[in-house]
Design a binder for this molecule. Structure first.
Ligand code: FES
Length: 137
């Protein structure tokens, strides 16, 4: 199995091993897609944080909030597309694992707040994840 986090830190041995299986290019494209996804996550988090105001907003803050929400929607769409691309490319790399993210509430499998679609069904990331085999997507 390939741990994408470990592969990010030291990609050459992983790439060499996958190149012997004919998946070196797929691994390179996966790392690029993963980098695009990882670059978008902080931007989305930052915009989400900006939507949380303390107290009753002023009319000026409401105007700014509308702009932030529009930017957040755009960034979330971009993030979802990047994640889908990364997950699709991971399917082409034998043994790749993905670290998935979802908001968690209970953390022990009771609330289903952390479900993600997998293999035509859903899995709870707090129980079955957060690292999933890419081939099981
Ligand atoms: S966080 Fe509640 S089921 Fe996963």
């Amino acid at each position: 199995m390939i741990d994408l986090r470990a592969a990010r830190a030291n990609p050459e041995p992983v790439r060499a091993a996958l190149a012997r299986k004919g998946a070196g290019d797929a691994f390179d494209r996966l790392l690029e897609a993963d980098e695009r996804w990882r670059a978008l996550v902080p931007r989305v988090d930052e915009l989400r944080a900006k939507t949380k105001l303390k107290g009753k907003p002023t009319p000026e803050q409401l105007g700014q909030l509308q702009a932030v929400k529009a930017a957040l929607k755009s960034a979330e769409d971009e993030l979802a597309a990047a994640e889908a691309e990364r997950d699709t490319l991971a399917l082409r790399v034998p043994g790749a694992q993905l670290a998935c993210e979802a908001p968690m509430a209970c953390g022990y499998g009771a609330c289903y707040g952390c479900v993600v679609p997998r293999d035509g069904s859903f899995v709870r990331l707090c129980i079955e994840g957060p690292v999933l085999l890419a081939g099981a997507a």
